[in-house]
Design a protein. Structure first.
Length: 447
C-alpha cells in the first residue's frame, strides 16, 4: 500500500474529496469541497485533529458546499458551451475537439494514435486485434461508465454541439477499463481510421507529443502542464499532486475512489473530459483529463492509461530530451530482443543519400512514417518530420507531389526548426515488409 493510501480513511470526513501524502517532504495535502472553521466540524471530520507528525496543507476545491466527490467533467451539469470552432465538424478528427458516445452529451476527443498491445489487459471487443490503432478518451465519454455495448457509435461533434447519426459517426466503442473503486484510470478506446483521424492536437504545436512520459511523475510537481479540450480550449496550470487518491462523482454510477492521480490547478470545465495533458515546457504527453472542480483539474497518468488498457501511445521523439527526459521511448521501434548483435534485430526502414547545399539554409528529413496498416493500391496519410537550419518557407515533394509549409519560431527545437508535415502516399499494388518513397525537399528562396 502506498503512503497516500495510508490516509484514505480521511476521505470519509465531511467535505474531504482527495488526499496525497508526499514522503519526500512529509506533507499531507487534503482537498476539500469547502473550508469550514473548526467550530463547525465534529472531531471525526476535523483533519487537523486526526493526523499528527505531518506537514498539513488544505486545498479548497471551490464548491462552497458539502460534496462527496469531484465532478467527472462530462457529467457536470449543465455542460457549458464549447469554445469557438471546437464544436464544429472536424475531418480528419483532431484531439481536443467535441466528441462523445452518441447517447451522451458532450466531451473531448483524446489522444491518437494508440496501438493495441494486449487485448487481455482490459475489456476489448472480440473484433480487436493487437496492432490495431485506436483513439482514446475517458470511459465516461465513450463507454458510458461501463454501461455501453461494444460497437456503440461515437460522434464528432457531440450531440450537445449538434452532432448526430449517421453523418457524424467517427468510430465505435472497442475497449475500456472498468471504472470502479480502486481504479487508477478512466479510459476507453474507439475504432480509428487513418484517413479520418489525425495525429494533430488542436491549437497546439504540431510536433506535440514529442514523447510519452512513462515514469518519474513526482518530478512534475510545481511544473506547468497544458491541455487542449472542447470547452476551455488550450489552458495551463501548475501540478499540485502526482499520487493522489480522489473521490469522483460518476452520475448514476455513484461516487468512486480513484488512486494514483495527478492534480493541477484550474484549467477545465464540464465537457473537457478526455483532453490530453502535456508538459508545457517540452510537449511531452503526460496525462488524460477526466475530473475536477472550479479550482482543480484531475488527470490520469498516461503511463497508467497504457498499462491498464493495454495500448501504446505513439509519439515522435524530440531529440532534446524534454523536461524530465523519462518518456524517451517513442513506441515506433522494430527492435526485438534476441536478434542480431545478441540483443536486437535491426530492420532497415531508411536508406537515402543526402544532398547538402553549401551557403544556403538546409532542410533534412528526420523520419517518415505511414499511419495505420497500408492497403495495397490505396492512398494513405503519412508524416514527414523535417529539421531546418533557418525559419522560412520550405517544401517537400513526395513521389513528385509537392507541398509547401512554414518553419517559424513556434517550431524551434534547440538550434533547429523541427516540424511534422502531413503528406499522402500511394501504396503499391504489391507490398512486402516495406516499399520505397521518393522524398525531396528544401527551402523556397526569393529570386
Amino acid at each position: 500500500m502506498t503512503h497516500t493510501e495510508d490516509f484514505e480513511d480521511l476521505l470519509d470526513c465531511k467535505n474531504v474529496l482527495g488526499v496525497e501524502y508526499d514522503d519526500e517532504t512529509n506533507t499531507l495535502t487534503v482537498f476539500v469541497s469547502q473550508k469550514l472553521p473548526d467550530s463547525e466540524l465534529a472531531d471525526e471530520d476535523n483533519v487537523k485533529k486526526r493526523v499528527t507528525d505531518v506537514n498539513l496543507e488544505v486545498e479548497d476545491a471551490g464548491f462552497d458546499e458539502e460534496r462527496d466527490g469531484f465532478d467527472a467533467l462530462s457529467h457536470a451539469e449543465p455542460v457549458p458551451e464549447a469554445q469557438a470552432n471546437r464544436h464544429d465538424r472536424h475531418r480528419p478528427v483532431v484531439a481536443g475537439v467535441s466528441e462523445i458516445n452518441a447517447k451522451e452529451t458532450a466531451a473531448t476527443a483524446g489522444p491518437y494514435p494508440a496501438r493495441v498491445t494486449d487485448t487481455k489487459t482490459a475489456n476489448w471487443s472480440a473484433d480487436v486485434s493487437e496492432g490495431d490503432l485506436v483513439r482514446l478518451s475517458n470511459n465516461h465519454v465513450y463507454a458510458r461508465i461501463n454501461d455501453a455495448e461494444f460497437g456503440e457509435p461515437i460522434v464528432q461533434p457531440s450531440p450537445r454541439d449538434g452532432g448526430g447519426l449517421p453523418d457524424d459517426k467517427t468510430g465505435e466503442l472497442l475497449g475500456y477499463v472498468t471504472v470502479e473503486d480502486g481504479a487508477v484510470v478512466d479510459v476507453s478506446a474507439r475504432s480509428a481510421d487513418p484517413e479520418q483521424d489525425s495525429a494533430e492536437y488542436h491549437e497546439l504545436d504540431d510536433s506535440w507529443p514529442t514523447t510519452v512520459r512513462r515514469e518519474d511523475y513526482r518530478s512534475m510537481k510545481g511544473k506547468t502542464v497544458a491541455k487542449t479540450g472542447r470547452t476551455t480550449g488550450v489552458t495551463r496550470s501548475q501540478v499540485k499532486a502526482t499520487s493522489a487518491s480522489v473521490r469522483v462523482k460518476f452520475g448514476d454510477a455513484g461516487t468512486l475512489t480513484l488512486r494514483d492521480q495527478c492534480i493541477a490547478g484550474a484549467m477545465s470545465k464540464g465537457g473537457d473530459s478526455g483532453s490530453p495533458v502535456f508538459l508545457d515546457s517540452s510537449g511531452e504527453l503526460v496525462g488524460l483529463l477526466f475530473a475536477g472542480s472550479s479550482r482543480q483539474t484531475i488527470f490520469n497518468k498516461i503511463a497508467n492509461v497504457e498499462s491498464e488498457l493495454g495500448v501504446e501511445l505513439l509519439a515522435e521523439e524530440s531529440g532534446e530530451g524534454g523536461d524530465g527526459g523519462s518518456g524517451g521511448d517513442d513506441g515506433d521501434r522494430d527492435d526485438d530482443d534476441g536478434g542480431e548483435d545478441g540483443s536486437f534485430t535491426y530492420r532497415e526502414t531508411l536508406s537515402e543519400t543526402v544532398s547538402v547545399a553549401v551557403g544556403s539554409p538546409q532542410l533534412s528529413l528526420v523520419s517518415f512514417s505511414v499511419a495505420g496498416s497500408p492497403t495495397s493500391g490505396q492512398q494513405a496519410s503519412a508524416t514527414a518530420r523535417v529539421s531546418g537550419s533557418a525559419k522560412g518557407t520550405a517544401w517537400l515533394a513526395v513521389d513528385g507531389d509537392r507541398t509547401t509549409f512554414e518553419l517559424s519560431e513556434t517550431h524551434v527545437r534547440g538550434n533547429r526548426f523541427v516540424r511534422n508535415v502531413r503528406v499522402t502516399v500511394t501504396i503499391p499494388e504489391s507490398v512486402g515488409d516495406s516499399f520505397d518513397v521518393n522524398v525531396e525537399g528544401g527551402y523556397v528562396l526569393n529570386e
